[in-house]
Design a protein around this ligand. Structure first.
Ligand SMILES: *Cc1c(COP(=O)(O)O)cnc(C)c1O
Length: 389
C-alpha cells in the first residue's frame, strides 16, 4: 500500500498525473467541457462521424428491433445477424477472406497475439507500437524483440540475430502518437525473405488512408501480403469494437482460441449497426477524407511557419513536440483557459523527453476554428518559450 501511494505522489511531482475532463455534449469540433464551449483537438473521431445523424438513426433503429444488451458471448447467445453482416462487410472492405469482431481494439490485440504465439515464438515489434500490442506479446510469453521505430536496417539486423522457428513481425500501420506511417512494403519484403508472419494494427489508418478509406494496407497496396489485419471500430468508424481480418483458417483459429474474444459478452446490436452504416458512409464519401487531408496539410504548414516542432506526416495526427512534461501540461492548461482542449501526452504513453500536444483533426473542423487555435497557440508558445518571438 505504501508503495502505491509513493508512486502516486511521484507522478504528481513530475507532471505525470492524469485525470478526466468531462464532456457534456457530442464529440464534435466544439464540445462542452465543464460548462464551457471548447474547441476539441485530439479526438480520434477523424471523420466527425460520432455525431452523424445517419449513425444515430442506425443505432436507434437497432435498439428498437434488438433491444439494448447482447445478452451473451459470441459463441453462446450473443451473436446476431448484424454481427455476421458486419464481419462480411469488414472482410470486403479490407479485401480479405473473412473477419472476426472483438469488443475493443485492445482486446483484439491481446487476444490475437496471445492465441497465436507462445514461448516458442519470436515477435519483432516496432518500438512505438501501441500498448495493447505489447500487452498481447507479454501475455503470449513469446520472446519480444523490439526494433527501432520504422528502422528497417535495425529490423533486418534483429531478424538475423534472433529469428527462431516461429516468427511474427507486428507494427502499427499509422503510429498513434506520431502520426507517421510504417514502411509496409519494406516490412513485407523482409517478411517474405525470411518466411515471417506479418500483422498490422490499422487503428488510425482506417477511414483516413487508402482507396475508399480502407486503410494503410490499401494505401501501400499490400492488402494481400499482410497475414493478420487488425483494427478498431472506435476511431474514424465512430463506434466501438475491434476486428481481425485475414484468411479463413487463421480467423477460425482466433474464433476458437482467443480468450478475450471467447470470455466476454458480445457488443450490443446497436453498436454493430453503427459500425456497418459507418463503413458504408466511409466507402462512399471521398470528399470528407479529402477535406480532412487538405485541412491537415494546411494546418501543419502554418504550425511550422510559426516555429513549432512538428512531425511531418500524411495523416491528421499532428504532434507538437515540447519535450518537458510539465511545460507540455502548462501549455495544454493555458489553451484550455482560452477554450481549446488538446490533451498533453506524456510518458509512459510516449518516450521520456518527448512529451507533446497531440493534435488530431476532424473532417468537421473549419479553417476558422484552426485560425483561432493558431493565434492562441502562437501566443502561449512564445510566452512559454517553446517557440521564438
Ligand atoms: C486505440 C488503439 C487501439 C485500441 O483500440 P480500442 O478500440 O480503443 O480498444 C489499438 N491499437 C492502436 C494503434 C490504437 O491506437
Amino acid at each position: 500500500m505504501k508503495n502505491i501511494l509513493k508512486k502516486l505522489s511521484l507522478i504528481k511531482e513530475n507532471g505525470l498525473y492524469r485525470d478526466f475532463k468531462y464532456l457534456s455534449s457530442e464529440q464534435s469540433p466544439k464540445v462542452e467541457i465543464e460548462g464551457r464551449e471548447t474547441i476539441l483537438l485530439g479526438s480520434n473521431n477523424y471523420l466527425g462521424l460520432c455525431s452523424d445523424v445517419r449513425l444515430k438513426e442506425a443505432a436507434i433503429n437497432a435498439v428498437k428491433k434488438y433491444g439494448v444488451g447482447s445478452g451473451g458471448s459470441r459463441l453462446t447467445t450473443g451473436s446476431y445477424d448484424l454481427h455476421k453482416k458486419l464481419e462480411e462487410k469488414i472482410a470486403d472492405f479490407k479485401g480479405t477472406e473473412t473477419c472476426l469482431v472483438f469488443n475493443t481494439g485492445y482486446m483484439a490485440n491481446v487476444g490475437i497475439i496471445s492465441a497465436l504465439c507462445d514461448r516458442k515464438w519470436v515477435i519483432f515489434c516496432d518500438k512505438y507500437n501501441h500498448a495493447s500490442i505489447i500487452d498481447g506479446c507479454l501475455l503470449s510469453g513469446a520472446r519480444l524483440v523490439r526494433y527501432k521505430h520504422c528502422d528497417m536496417d535495425d529490423l533486418e539486423r534483429k531478424i538475423h540475430k534472433y529469428k527462431g522457428s516461429n516468427n511474427l513481425i507486428v507494427t502499427d500501420g499509422v503510429f498513434s502518437m506520431d502520426g507517421d506511417v510504417a514502411p509496409l512494403p519494406d516490412i513485407v519484403k523482409l517478411a517474405k525473405e525470411h518466411g515471417i508472419i506479418t500483422m498490422v494494427d490499422d487503428a488510425h489508418g482506417v477511414g483516413v488512408l487508402g482507396e475508399n478509406g480502407s486503410g494503410t494496407m490499401s494505401y501501400f497496396k499490400v492488402n494481400g501480403d499482410i497475414d493478420i489485419q487488425m483494427g478498431t471500430l472506435s476511431k474514424a468508424i465512430a463506434s466501438v469494437g475491434g476486428y481481425v481480418a485475414g484468411r479463413k483458417d487463421i480467423i477460425d483459429y482466433f474464433k476458437n482460441f482467443s480468450r478475450s474474444f471467447i470470455f466476454s459478452t458480445a457488443l450490443p446490436p446497436s453498436s454493430i449497426a453503427v459500425s456497418l452504416k459507418s463503413i458504408e458512409i466511409i466507402e462512399n464519401d471521398k470528399d470528407r477524407r479529402k477535406y480532412l487531408i487538405e485541412l491537415s496539410n494546411w494546418f501543419k504548414k502554418e504550425l511550422q511557419k510559426a516555429g513549432f516542432n512538428i512531425t511531418n506526416t500524411i495523416t491528421p495526427i499532428i504532434p507538437i513536440i515540447i519535450g518537458n512534461a510539465k511545460k507540455t501540461v502548462e501549455l495544454s492548461e493555458s489553451l484550455l483557459e482560452e477554450g481549446i482542449y488538446v490533451p498533453a501526452i506524456r510518458p509512459p504513453t510516449v518516450p521520456k523527453g518527448t512529451s507533446r500536444l497531440r493534435i488530431s483533426l476532424m473532417a468537421t473542423h473549419t479553417y476558422d476554428d484552426l485560425e483561432y487555435v493558431l493565434k492562441i497557440l502562437t501566443f502561449h508558445g512564445k510566452r512559454l518559450r517553446i517557440i521564438e518571438g
